[in-house]
Ligand binder design. Structure first.
Ligand code: SAH
Ligand code: SF4
Ligand code: F3S
Length: 464
């Protein structure tokens, strides 16, 4: 008789890099006989794949650990009452909080059995076996694995299968050497690392053969990609995109996140030349004030950012622009903030993310004088978000009446509804009217006429 499959529950916090990592963890543990479950109380292994970027994100992990502890205690009591042995599930904290805090997590939350960083999850099977052995003998595992050697992880993962879907992430670059003065990423993900051209192509071919239509090339600084080939030739992101467009059947190619400093002329040109390269670019600027971007160590000026935007619009006038903003960085005055508002007005974003500055331990700006008061930060954030929401709504409104290709990915709120993405990353909802046929549309790229727009999404109907 074969054993029932073990169950794995993973919760993902943070950025797309973590989404990608979660998918790889599912692959790795799938090889060990683990199946994914939506119920943490049913799982043999619970993984929290965490984010350290802002204080709120990191603190959320601890409140989730608290909830899981209560759940475990209840389970144990129930089992005791019915004379059964309680489930010895493993609680693991992975990702960027794990990397930043290491064993400190287990001091603060002793229920945590394993702590592993973003560069060591290929060793999950060994860690889990070890933890299970210790648990069987009634011990406490307290495993910590937070090495920062990126290449080893990719070598190990490349040997594993890739789950087939119609849209997929492909990590080409990891880590960051930019050291913005507010940011934890260079410490949690390590230095900048580009995967070799051959490794990227091996994964790309696998995705292509599995029928993937849309690939998103991922990296913390994806446009700093400079992978070497076996012949010792350096591949830029632009060349890589061109090559992927030539040799694969991908209908859509995206890349994220880009840094303004690495937005080369070659990469800008791709947007006008490669049809598969989608007209959407996430290009964070953080602030519209030269003084602040300098203090942030962003390696670009406002003028150079605006020049880049102009050049992209010259080759691809319909490009949808997105960005990230931080308000209330130390030393930000009203005038600096107004410079941000001015930049937002000039760029006219299709969509953007904005945050209040959060002091992160170990980053240079954390100890600086002239920290901005919380109430000022919230007022600025509200003003900025109002402008950004307004722009997003206007961008969506302009889509009404247009016919766009939409890649249908998932069901919507109602069971006759499907949701997909436009070339500009807008969510497009369609009612197919019949529950039975919903699944037959999954993964299809269809032309849709946009019939109405909302603040965050569009409604479409099949174009005839
Ligand atoms: N590598 C990407 C983004 C990394 S983090 C880039 O450079 O653009 C995603 C976003 O989180 C950042 O762009 C920034 O806007 C925000 N962020 C990072 N650290 C932050 C902090 N300490 N406080 C508030 N927001 C922060
Ligand atoms: Fe963080 Fe700056 Fe690197 Fe982006 S470029 S990951 S914000 S240090
Ligand atoms: Fe968060 Fe780590 Fe991504 S800190 S934003 S999960 S790189």
């Amino acid at each position: 008789m074969s054993l029932p499959p073990k169950k794995l529950y993973i919760k993902t916090y943070g950025c797309q890099m973590n989404v990608y990592d979660t998918e790889r963890m599912v692959d790795v543990m799938g090889h060990e006989g683990y199946e994914v479950t939506d119920a943490p109380d049913d799982a043999d292994l619970v993984i929290l794949n965490t984010c350290h970027i802002r204080e709120k994100a990191a603190e959320k992990v601890y409140s989730d650990i608290g909830r899981l502890r209560v759940m475990k205690e209840k389970q144990a009591k129930k089992a005791e009452a019915s004379g059964r042995e309680s489930k010895k599930s493993i609680l693991a904290v992975g990702g960027c909080v794990a990397q930043a805090e290491g064993a400190e997590i287990q001091r603060r939350a002793p229920t945590v059995d394993m702590v592993f960083g973003p560069q060591t999850y290929h060793r999950l099977p060994e860690m889990t076996n070890q933890a299970n052995k210790i648990k069987k003998t009634g011990g406490r595992p307290r495993i910590v694995d937070t090495d920062l050697v990126v290449s080893e992880k990719f070598e190990s993962l490349s040997k594993k299968a890739i789950a087939p879907k119609k849209t997929a992430f492909l990590t080409v670059q990891e880590g960051c050497d930019k050291f913005c003065t507010y940011c934890v990423v260079p410490y949690t993900r390590g230095g900048e690392f580009s995967r070799s051209f051959e490794d990227v192509m091996t994964d790309a071919r696998k995705l292509n053969e599995a029928g993937v239509l849309e690939v998103t090339l991922l990296g913390q600084n994806v446009n700093a990609y400079h992978g070497m080939s076996r012949e010792n030739v350096e591949w830029s992101l632009a060349r890589l995109i061109r090559h992927l467009a030539d040799v694969t059947d991908f209908k859509r190619i995206r890349y994220t996140t880009s840094h303004p400093h690495d937005m080369t002329d070659e990469l800008i040109a791709i947007h006008g030349e490669v049809a598969q390269c989608m007209p959407y670019l996430h290009l964070p600027v953080q602030s519209g004030s030269d003084k602040i971007v300098k203090a942030m160590n962003r390696h670009h000026t406002i003028a150079s950012y605006m020049k880049t935007i102009d050049s992209i619009r010259a080759v691809r006038p319909d490009i949808a622009l997105s960005g990230d903003f931080i308000v209330g960085f130390p030393g930000e005055t009203d005038a600096d903030f107004q410079a941000t508002m001015k930049l937002v007005k000039e760029v006219d974003y299709a969509q953007a993310y904005s945050f209040m500055y959060s002091e992160r331990p170990g980053t240079p700006a954390a100890g600086w004088e002239h920290q901005v008061e919380e109430h000022v930060k919230s007022e600025r954030l509200a003003e900025l978000q109002e402008a950004l929401n307004h722009q997003q709504r206007a961008f969506n409104d302009k889509s009404v009446g247009k016919v766009m290709s939409v890649l249908l990915e998932r069901t919507g709120k109602q069971d006759t509804h499907l949701v997909g993405r436009s070339p500009y990353m807008q969510a497009v909802h369609v009612d197919v009217g019949d529950k039975a046929t919903v699944e037959s549309y999954f993964g299809q790229m269809v032309d849709m006429k946009i019939i109405s727009a909302g603040p965050r999404s569009l409604k479409g109907e099949f174009a005839t």
